[in-house]
Design a protein around this ligand. Structure first.
Ligand code: FUB
Ligand code: ZN
Length: 632
């Protein structure tokens, strides 16, 4: 059954768990990132983001005045003090997107919590951005500063359509929050240029990093402008068609071999496996789901379902992480889910949540909400520190700090969160997702109100006000109260085999459907349990992970001593809750100093294994961590 998510304006989050997370983003993450974008965080990697917009603004002004403007090369992914002129563009080619993601998060945050000071700062950033737009609507500081004559000549690598996508998403959020049209008008002017440039009888290109597809749909939803939707459909369908656009663009004849990375190896309707760069992938699949919805395209919808099934059955970490390999920040082959080499980028799990929401709105099947929940409560939340000032880009399931420092194959695995990144895609992405988390929880259609995530909130639905009082993350209890009788569809989480709902219901596709109710009490039994992974995944043979409700747990050496690999879980363990920790029964093996010896059972002593929610790991200094433990 199709449904539409509910606008953030109609959702007031009130939840013992999410209030704290959203406040952390509002009070710490957003202000901190504002400083980072302005290069004012001591000891952090430089962003250059706002500096680039200021430089581009000067170029635009000079061009308007008929002054001559220097040209610099556009020939690499990252521009540093060492490799380019000080007046040229600096940072990664997609640096602009960080400001857009920050503004998008600010828009949501202002909807949730008006803040005149923050709005003022954001409006100043908007003014700097708008000043950097060329008269024809083009807006990408790399090309504006370095070489206007080269725009749209390297769609494969240089992210202009990607930056446009983030501009459009931020513009919609910022307009809805403030009523200030400047950024929305700028996004529409750039969108118009893109619609004029790309299409069947025009340039038959598409972006190497997807997002413009879903962003154009977003602009269409906001403005009703049909050609935004049509151009999104073009970008989706043109991808991977022959002759390969990227071949022509780069004067090669690759036969598409290299384009798995960009999901451009074959037309999207012929794709059934998630391949290539994981963030790009899930952004494309989200755009495909949008087209399936608005263009009623059955072939694209089938491709979405096949790709979804491949991800969740063969390429998904228990933490909701995707993109197992650092090699191309990419999906690996089926069942290749190493713990200690995992990439599992924060952005990739965020994109997976985008995809899941769209699929759940196309058809309410609980799988989508289940996976979104795993990603949200584990990988995404792990992406930021408890003080909101440090971030993970990569989210491994096993860490040995010594290996991170000494083994170059594991250099991407950071044992503690970082202040900022030269390539800082994840922190502002996390801020925009968390600030809009309510939009991922509920949806509605003419007959039914859907609860996909049990986040406490007061929701102004088409059926009147609905209150969700949720203690889901602690006791698993939720109470829903509606002002007038309403039909409800409630996701039954796949981790829960024992639940009660206080009113009669029928179950379908993992949702409980209730007719005409005003008060419902739901109780999900969320006792901790051991979970095993398919034995097709080589890394987890003989091991188990511990979960409790939505949360995955892990062991850290700060609680359990070094050499976590010497711990074994008792398969019959009872669990004891100890504050935020779980205590499980197990054993610790005696360390064997001889590298080789005749086989005998290794002596081991019983111990309590202390487990911490995965999303909270790494907040107490460098330390070993593992999600999976041997089980006996
Ligand atoms: O290319 C833009 C962003 O940078 C990607 O989404 C991330 O994976 C990082 O590579
Ligand atoms: Zn990222």
């Amino acid at each position: 059954m199709q449904s539409n998510h509910i606008s953030l304006k109609n959702i007031k989050i009130n939840d013992p768990f999410w209030n704290n997370v959203c406040e952390l983003v509002r009070r710490e993450v957003i202000p901190y990132q504002y400083e980072a974008l302005h290069d004012r965080v001591e000891g952090a990697e430089k962003s250059y983001c706002i500096e680039n917009f200021v430089k581009a603004g000067r170029v635009v002004k000079a061009l308007k005045n008929g002054e001559s403007v220097p040209v610099y090369p556009v020939d690499k992914w990252q521009y540093t003090d060492e490799n380019c002129d000080e007046n040229a563009f600096h940072g990664w080619v997609f640096q602009d997107s960080d400001a857009y993601k920050w503004l998008e998060a600010v828009g949501y945050s202002l909807i949730n919590h008006p803040d005149a000071e923050l709005e003022k700062k954001a409006k100043e950033v908007v003014a700097v951005i708008c000043d950097a737009q060329l008269e024809n609507g083009y807006l990408d500081t790399l090309y504006i500063i370095n070489d206007r004559s080269k725009v749209f000549t390297n769609l494969r690598d240089f992210h202009e359509l990607y930056c446009f996508g983030h501009l459009a998403e931020s513009a919609v959020s910022f307009y809805n929050a403030t009523g200030d049209r400047r950024l929305l008008d700028a996004a529409c002017r750039f969108a118009d240029l893109i619609c004029d440039t790309f299409g069947k009888d025009k340039k038959r290109g598409y972006g190497g990093h997807e997002i413009a597809e879903m962003a154009l749909v977003r602009l269409y939803e906001q403005t009703g402008e049909q050609r935004y939707l049509d151009t999104a459909e073009f970008l989706v369908n043109e991808r991977g068609r022959r002759p390969y656009y990227f071949d022509a663009e780069h004067g090669v004849n690759s036969k598409g071999e290299a384009y798995h990375y960009n999901q451009a190896h074959r037309p999207v309707i012929k794709q059934d496996e998630a391949v290539g760069h994981a963030v790009r992938g899930v952004y494309l699949y989200s755009g495909m789901a949008d087209i399936a919805k608005y263009k009623n395209d059955a072939e694209i919808y089938t491709a979405c379902k096949n790709i979804w099934s491949n991800i969740v059955n063969k390429k998904l970490y228990i933490t909701g992480g995707i993109g197992a390999t650092v090699d191309g920040e990419a999906f690996s082959f089926n069942y290749d889910l190493p713990n200690d080499l995992a990439y599992s980028e924060t952005c990739a799990s965020i994109g997976l949540i985008f995809f899941a929401r769209r699929m759940a709105e196309l058809n309410a099947v609980s799988d989508y909400g289940d996976v979104a929940e795993r990603a949200l409560y584990n990988t995404v939340l792990a992406g930021m520190s408890e003080d909101g000032k440090r971030f993970f880009y990569v989210n491994p399931l096993e860490v040995n700090p010594e290996a991170s420092h000494k083994d170059s194959r594991k250099r991407h695995i950071k044992p503690v969160r970082q202040k900022w990144f030269a390539c800082a895609c994840c922190p502002p992405n996390l801020a925009r997702l968390i600030s809009s988390v309510g939009e991922y929880a509920f949806s509605e259609n003419e007959s039914t109100f859907f609860v996909h995530q049990y986040i406490g909130a007061a929701v102004q639905s088409r059926f009147g006000r609905i209150d969700i009082a949720s203690d889901y993350t602690q006791s698993g209890k939720v109470k829903i109260t509606a002002k007038a009788p309403v039909n409800l569809a409630l996701r039954i989480p796949s981790w829960c085999s024992d639940y009660s709902i206080s009113a009669p219901f029928t179950a379908k596709d993992g949702y409980a459907y209730l007719d005409g109710v005003t008060d419902v009490e739901i109780s999900f039994d969320c006792k901790p349990k051991l979970v095993r992974c398919s034995n097709r995944v080589r890394a987890n043979i003989g091991k188990a992970a511990v979960t409790k409700g939505a949360f995955v747990y892990c062991a850290e050496s700060v609680d359990n001593g070094e050499n976590l690999q010497m711990l074994t879980l008792d398969k019959n363990t009872a669990f004891e809750q100890d504050g935020e920790f779980l205590l499980a029964d197990g054993w610790r093996e005696e360390a064997q100093n001889a590298l080789y010896s005749d086989f005998t059972e290794t002596p081991k002593t019983p111990c309590k294994i202390k487990l911490h929610p995965y999303y909270r790991w790494g907040n107490r200094g460098e330390n070993e961590m593992t999600v999976y433990l041997p089980v006996n």
